[in-house]
Design a protein around this ligand. Structure first.
Ligand code: FE2
Length: 137
């Protein structure tokens, strides 16, 4: 089911909100891929796009936080690195999955990871720096 953009996700920092909207669009492309159709190839394709986009987005976000001297940047960087690692692991596992019984749970796990990412990382962790940046404005 498609996820709608909502105010919980909005940071009030336009360039990063734009990035997050773009991430949400990619996640929605992922959520549209549903069994019993062929799910492995399309999921891998979207995962590749997501990986690329997330890596460049994290760089933009971290550069901004660095410019503003965000004190929790090391932890935030760590969380980004973990997300990229999880994505990489899912990509490898899915590439290696040869049976549909292996593919379906991996795709479900991917969907769960992405929902947590949006509503855990963006809605919570990213809001911590947004509050910090606004406090300094
Ligand atoms: Fe972040």
């Amino acid at each position: 089911m498609e996820i709608q953009w909502d105010e919980k996700l909005s940071l009030g920092i336009e360039p990063l909100d734009d990035d997050h909207r773009q991430l949400l669009a990619i996640v929605n492309d992922m959520l549209k891929i549903d069994p019993p159709n062929d799910i492995k190839a399309p999921t891998l394709k979207v995962l590749e796009r997501l990986h690329e986009y997330a890596a460049s987005h994290f760089q933009r976000e971290e550069a901004l936080l660095e410019r503003h001297g965000y004190p929790e940047l090391p932890q935030h960087r760590q969380i980004h690195a973990d997300l990229i690692r999880q994505l990489q692991k899912i990509q490898t596992d899915l590439q290696n999955a040869i049976k549909i019984t292996m593919t379906v749970p991996l795709v479900m796990e991917t969907h769960k990871l992405l929902r947590n990412w949006l509503f855990g990382h963006i809605a919570q962790e990213d809001h911590k720096y947004a509050a910090f940046l606004k406090g300094r404005a």
